[in-house]
Design a protein around this ligand. Structure first.
Ligand SMILES: *Cc1c(COP(=O)(O)O)cnc(C)c1O
Length: 228
């Protein structure tokens, strides 16, 4: 077995462990975050059973999509979105996790091809109140979600967050709880949402304990990125 297939097994086993510890029977999807990893690594993961891949940079993703055309991959866009890139994003991805402005959501809806199902969207919220981070503040979330839910070619699925990285397990739990609370609040307001995209290589066990339904894992699966 190759290293990637082996890491995939380890991560899937950890996900199962975390779900069992939290008494959860619902699904937790593993999103393989493949930014700065070559297409041959994605293919290895795909051949080992991985379906969903997350990319941060449009051009890099399009290049890999062309090389992996023969694979039936579910593509997720998880990086910052420039408004002049909304059309290719809405055409080439199944999901977008990083929407934090109405204008971006409107453009994604307007350009989503009619031959494809509505684009799955998560609203990115800024759970740690760091001004440098992208994501909308919780106070503005309800208004944004209300407007996005109306868009015809968008399917609002839930929330995404990237809390401040910390090795402190209690703090990891606290940060994810904040996101989960915002998620539950929207559900209580009547939003039909099912996706909580939280948890990365260093904190996915805590994220699953707090209700993650998608964990976005890069380096634990593919190894360190060749950062350019
Ligand atoms: C890079 C990235 C990840 C994966 O990070 P790892 O720590 O390598 O698991 C997850 N989510 C987003 C938005 C990212 O940019």
């Amino acid at each position: 077995m190759n290293i990637i297939a082996n890491s995939l097994q380890v991560i899937q086993a950890n996900i199962l462990k975390a779900k069992q510890a939290a008494n959860r029977e619902d699904a937790v999807k593993l999103l393989a975050v493949s930014k700065a990893q070559g297409a041959e690594k994605l293919r290895k993961a795909y051949l080992a059973g991985q379906i969903a891949f997350g990319e941060n940079y449009l051009q890099e993703a399009l290049n890999k999509q062309a090389l992996l055309e023969d694979c039936n991959i579910e593509w997720h866009f998880i990086g910052p979105i420039q408004s002049n890139k909304t059309q290719p994003i809405s055409q080439h991805f199944n999901w977008v996790h990083s929407v934090d402005r109405l204008k971006i959501a409107q453009r994604l809806s307007n350009t989503r091809p009619s031959t494809l199902p509505p684009l799955n969207i998560c609203i990115q919220i800024n759970s740690s109140h760091e001004s440098s981070k992208s994501g909308i503040n919780e106070e503005a979330l309800l208004a944004l979600a209300t407007e996005i839910a109306e868009l015809p070619r968008i399917h609002l699925r839930g929330l995404m967050a990237i809390p401040a990285p910390t090795e402190d397990i209690d703090q990891q739990h606290q940060q994810f709880k904040t996101v989960k609370n915002a998620f539950t609040h929207l559900q209580q307001k009547g939003f039909d949402i099912d996706t909580l995209s939280i948890g990365m290589s260093n904190d996915y066990m805590a994220a699953i304990a707090e209700g993650a339904t998608i964990v976005r894992i890069g380096s634990a699966l593919f190894g360190e990125r060749n950062n350019t």
